[in-house]
Design a protein around this ligand. Structure first.
Ligand code: ATP
Ligand code: MG
Length: 218
């Protein structure tokens, strides 16, 4: 079972949007059974999930302190991927959740203010010694700013090669329990999420292979 955690101490960067989109995309891509966990007291992802028509992705409500036991149960139940949304600002809660991650996805908006704020999240992830990847989200058409953002982020760690642009369908789809691909499978937003998931799936698989090799050295 893979555990993907979306985290950023900065609010409004796209953690919840990406949690829903990546879970749905992973399932569409055939990863197997996907489950969601919402550790944010604001419960935005839970709100989205409640108005969802499709019931294939379960939502598990658990506080970070109970995550270890819950994840063991989910693995035993045959879940293939768990996507966990986290709150902004609550450092202790984010740390407790990040601890269980195979990979931490940190969305970041390409604005100087947001980029200056990523250090606080990186500190949390590094303290827990988990691998991280940045995803530039809400990029505008101004390619230079997006490129500059990727360079700035790369000082802290790996940047996903697929950027998500600022598009109204990302926001609109979330209001009625869907994702961009469920609004229009041929949309640019759907293609961006698909490319991002392919990249993350590859990273997760490499992490699994490396962990298996470390556990059973030849
Ligand atoms: N790529 C995008 N294009 C357009 N709107 C977006 C995009 N990503 C996120 N948004 C919008 O930006 C706002 C913040 O996104 P979201 O709630 O996913 O962020 P968050 O990091 O979970 O916020 P919080 O820290 O408050 O939990 C929402 O209104 C969402 O619809
Ligand atoms: Mg959120």
């Amino acid at each position: 079972m893979h555990v993907l955690v979306l985290a950023s101490r900065k609010g409004g960067v796209g953690k919840t949007t990406l949690s829903g989109h990546l879970a749905v995309e992973a399932e569409r891509a055939g990863v197997g059974v996907v489950a969601l966990i919402d550790t944010d007291p604001q419960a935005g992802l839970t709100g989205w999930w409640k108005v969802r028509v499709s019931e294939s992705i379960p939502m598990i409500n658990v506080l970070p302190a109970g995550l270890g036991a819950t994840l063991r149960e989910l693995e035993a139940a045959g879940i293939d991927l768990v996507v966990i949304d986290t709150p902004p600002s609550i450092t202790a809660s984010i740390s407790e959740t990040v601890r269980h991650a195979d990979l931490v996805v940190i969305p970041a908006k390409p604005s100087p203010h947001d980029l200056r704020a990523v250090g606080a999240t990186v500190d949390i992830v590094e303290a827990e010694r988990r691998p991280l990847v940045f995803v530039v989200n809400q990029a505008t058409g101004r390619a230079k700013i997006t490129g500059d953002a990727a360079v700035a982020l790369s000082q802290h760690g790996t940047v996903a090669p697929s950027t998500l642009h600022h598009r109204v369908d990302f926001a609109v789809s979330m209001t009625d329990g869907r994702t961009a691909v469920e609004l229009d499978p041929k949309s640019k937003s759907a293609a961006e999420v698909s490319a991002l998931w392919l990249y993350l799936a590859d990273r997760l698989e490499r992490i699994r292979r490396n962990a298996a090799a470390a556990a059973n050295p030849a």
